[in-house]
Ligand binder design. Structure first.
Ligand code: ZN
Length: 119
């Protein structure tokens, strides 16, 4: 069993906080990108409208992804406050620091995540 040291936890908290800021910014950007097409619809030609629609659907999927990630990041920060951070929510084993460094919002250990991915 390897538990996180306070220093490791602090490091992950900083990563989570900067991810949160980045995602919130992404959401704001996507917000303005999805709004543009509606305004332009009557004034632009067909080709650029297709372009705009493609951009819009990209922005929509970017936003959906950012929303999902942001939710995970917020949950992880909450778990951190509850001293619950770093443990698999399925089997309760500590999640490896190396995994958390790559994905600090991970809520499952590798073993359980694999099982989830296969399901
Ligand atoms: Zn697990």
């Amino acid at each position: 069993m390897i538990q996180l040291t306070p220093k490791q936890k602090q490091e992950l908290r900083l990563v989570l906080q900067s991810n949160k800021t980045k995602l919130e910014q992404q959401l704001l950007d996507a917000e303005s990108a999805t709004g543009v097409v509606i305004l332009d619809q009557s004034s632009v030609g067909r080709v650029s409208r297709v372009d705009a629609m493609q951009q819009q659907s990209m922005a929509v999927s970017t936003r959906a992804k950012a929303e999902t990630s942001l939710r995970k990041v917020l949950k992880a920060l909450k778990r951190m406050e509850a001293e619950d951070f770093g443990y698999c929510s399925q089997c309760d084993e500590p999640i490896q620091f190396n995994r958390l460094k790559v994905q600090p919002q991970a809520s499952h250990c590798l073993k359980c995540q694999d099982q989830l991915d296969q399901a």
